[in-house]
Design a protein around this ligand. Sequence first.
Ligand code: GTB
Length: 215
Amino acid sequence: MPTITAFENSPDRGRGQARDMRVRWALEEVGQPYDVRLVSFAAMKQPAHLALHPFGQIPTYEDGDLALFETGAIVLHIAERHGGLLPTDHNARSRAIAWMFAALNTLEPPIVELGMAMLFERDRSWYAERLPMLQDRVRIRLGELSRRLGKADWLDGAFSAGDLMMVTVLRRLNTSGLLDEYPDIAAYVARGEARPAFRRAFEAQLAVFQAASRS
Ligand code: GTB
């Protein structure tokens, strides 16, 4: 049974924004049970965890003699070893993987930059000037994604690891108000969140936060 790591006490207060969520969701989609080892911020920077993750972050993934870090690599590994997250047709499979890269490489950077500014830069003198620029950078990508998605349910045929990754990245905009400007993208995210595997993964990470709040 694989073991993943997650925050002992997630700063997102159980909103499923930390990146263990995408690994949990992938494992739930393919029906693979898993263990979770919870780590504190201090423990993440200790040698035992650094041996698994050179940057001292979560999540990690261990299965037998394989240890992985980086959610892109972890989700791809899960998708390659189980059915259900990647098409069997070679070209369609490569396109689904391209969407995983697009989520991580093209959408996530401007979304994370906006999120970081909203969290940590609100009291800076230049915040009001910088915010619209960061929002516009995200709007450009959302507009492009919206045009490509069109009226389809998923990015390229059936739901794939590409959609899983894209939905987890887009969810980081939940409190930004930007998704309201793109109802088709908001509906796409909602479709992902409505999947039973997503719900199970979400409840599992929420239970960690609730247990930590009680103790
Ligand atoms: N590129 C890596 C991957 O995809 O695996 C990035 C991993 C990463 O950023 N991990 C974060 C971490 O361990 C947790 S998810 N940070 C601790 C550190 O770097 O010391 C990022 C995250 C954290 C909190 C919220 N939140 O509170 O909403 C959202 C996302």
